[in-house]
Design a protein around this ligand. Sequence first.
Ligand code: DSN
Length: 492
Amino acid sequence: MTADSVTSSAAAPGAEYADTASAAYQAALRVIESVEPRIAAATRKELADQRGSLKLIASENYASPAVLLTMGTWLSDKYAEGTIGHRFYAGCQNVDVVESVAAEHARELFGAPYAYAQPHSGIDANLVAFWAVLATRVEAPELAELGAKHVNDLSEADWETLRNKLGNQRLLGMSLDAGGHLTHGFRPNISGKMFHQRSYGTDPETGLLDYDKLAAAAREFKPLILVGGYSAYPRRVNFAKLREIADEVGATLMVDMAHFAGLVAGKVFTGDENPVPHAHVTTTTTHKSLRGPRGGLVLAQPEYSDAVDKGCPMVLGGPLSHVMAAKAVALAEARQPSFQAYAQRVADNAKALAEGFLNRGARLVTGGTDNHIVLLDVTSFGLTGRQAESALLDAGVVTNRNSIPADPNGAWYTSGIRFGTPALTTRGFGSAEFDRVAELVVDVLNNTQPASTGPTGFSKAKYTLADGTAERVQAASAEILAANPLYPGLTL
Ligand code: DSN
């Protein structure tokens, strides 16, 4: 396969219907303009901003015009609490079709026995999953023991006992500074208020997940739920090993694959690295590497499917039927062979970006990547994550600061910058472009100085960027962006 054929087979969907999509957007914006011009203006400006910047936020992407257009319809106007064929409202026959098609594509794409397309976000998907596990493993056995069919049949005293049991369960998840996510049992999030939580970290020397330590923590803590998955860990995970550990301690394995679902869908992660066959319950968002609309999804093994199906109204408000429709369209796109080429390119591009940084003397957490994330330790540039993030933004490079293991600057200022390749890969960037991106980032960081706060002190937020740096980097970025247009052929 030549480089050119890889590029074209991995191309983002949309070019083939760009004229039709342009006409649709032009008409829609004229209508919006006639009612609230500021919204039409902000919508146009957002496209211009996205077209004109290097979007390197690991959790973002560009959905196809087909996905975006699907969200703007009257499906939004229908209430459909409940589940397919079992709604609390009349007239849900079309929503049933929409939700069934989305679930069917999700099952086929991921090889999952059951899929639930309603979650509005990743946090919602995780809440659905947590409560499905609690309902299956805590509530159902308690009801059976008490000879009751439904919680409404319990006495006040028995209900109180059950509530206490539900609120007293244990969860083991990856620590935040190792790359875990706030919804994996951390105190500021509802999950931390629901569960007794403990975290597993990574090896202090290598930054890699230490499965022996994880197993030891699980044996000691005996969690009800072992959570796998991450939002800032730049390496692959062996989910078969996680399942072995979960089985040994009687835990349910829940994997949050929000970040890398696109790499699973695109068959970059297979076998032990594909969480879906190993986890009891798998959650994801649909808008990150999966390149769909903003939303969530839950996949489950049969023993948990009934409980997952009760997600609405258990923890979710009425389903966003227009978004479920867009999930169906995005999942249909992800089932095309071109999506596999795209996913492989996302991973190859992350390696090129990492190499680009390493070749220019930068330090990376874990020394590299084998997924879509590159985590740069900016202390080697004498900066905090906050300073680096702001200086990069001044030069049109959009990233986000992130903690690194044992972060000396804490969770607010941080010492890391997280980069991701899904969005710019959708634009058509390849290894050469990502090497150039590394060069531009290093140029910005080498020309950024923390601001002094006195004879020996330095600010953790303020900085100065050497004159001309932002302009030089913006001009270089503009050239690469112009050669890889966002939504080619789409004119407003
Ligand atoms: N916001 C997502 C991320 O950036 O990783 C997860 O919450």
